[in-house]
Design a protein around this ligand. Structure first.
Ligand code: ZN
Length: 282
């Protein structure tokens, strides 16, 4: 398999400041894996011990040197990654500009009106459920399940891509922050990487059977519209472990898995972090 969209930043290439002083030790080298597009996850690795900051805020670094961050789906400004080595206290600043993307416009008609514009009491329930999902993604844990490329969680056909502007029954709604994989009801969903379960709810209003998995350092994946859950909160997961079954619970017109990825609350495109461009056929 060709390694997808990898690139390496040697600190040397990026740091003008250290260039002039010939006796100074080289600036901290690190590698970054990720497509560097809007909505992509970036996985970094320090070559020697050090500290990492993104736009002035510290990122947690694993004992092996791994760290993670994302580019927002509509990010237009460069992110500044600052790496400082413990050994020499040398700092390199790297301004990383996300490659812009053009997103699709998707019109879906014929949805029950109560799903498109829920009545106030239902909206309260939706807000509460969304709050639980947001809370699940607040933790910054030490796992490094994010460090290796992800597998597709289920077999099937991509029926909706990340970032599409959605017009539901003629009303503009939030973009589609995930990848839909159409598959027969009951198709197995497997963990795409190591991690742990931080939310498992069988019947949310919009999202049906909903599972959130923590892969460490703020990287989360989410599984929506499941007909059955096969995990509970707190469960440790290995790549390939069964998460649940494909369904059409919640706001769905047919059976599919909505697969989401986040860096904390930032919504990312999981299809940019997979080993292969598309899932195998169901
Ligand atoms: Zn979806």
């Amino acid at each position: 398999m060709i390694e997808r969209r990898s690139f390496l930043i040697s600190g040397i290439a990026f740091t003008a400041a250290a260039k002039s002083a010939c006796a100074t030790p080289p600036p901290p080298p690190f590698s970054l894996r990720g497509t560097r597009e809007q909505g992509s996850l970036l996985v970094g690795k320090l070559v020697e011990p050090g500290k990492v900051m993104l736009d002035g805020k510290p990122l947690s670094v694993s004992p092996d040197g791994y760290f993670a961050f994302g580019f927002d789906y509509d990010q237009k400004a460069a992110a500044r990654l600052t790496v400082t080595t413990t050994r020499y206290g040398l700092t390199s600043n790297n301004d990383l500009m996300p490659v812009p993307r053009t997103y699709e416009v998707q019109r879906i008609n014929g949805l029950p009106e109560t799903l498109v514009t829920p009545p106030p009491d239902i909206q309260k329930r939706i807000n509460r459920e969304n709050g639980m999902i947001v809370e699940a993604r607040e933790r910054d844990t030490s796992g490094i399940g994010f460090a290796e490329p992800f597998d597709w969680p289920t077999a099937g056909i991509i029926s909706s891509v990340f970032g599409s502007q959605r017009i539901l029954n003629g009303k503009p709604k939030a973009p589609h922050f995930g990848v839909d994989i159409a598959a027969p009801e009951g198709t197995a969903i497997h963990a795409p990487a190591d991690g742990s379960i931080v939310l498992a709810e069988a019947d949310f209003y919009l999202t049906g059977g909903t599972t959130v998995m923590d892969h460490g350092h703020g990287v989360f994946t989410m599984y929506i519209h499941q007909s059955a859950l096969k995990v509970r909160v707190g469960q440790a997961m290995k790549r390939g472990d069964l998460i649940g079954l494909v369904g059409k619970k919640g706001r769905a017109t047919g059976p599919h898995l909505h697969w989401g990825m986040n860096w904390f609350q930032m919504k990312l495109d999981p299809s940019l972090s997979t080993r292969t461009a598309s899932p195998s056929k169901a």
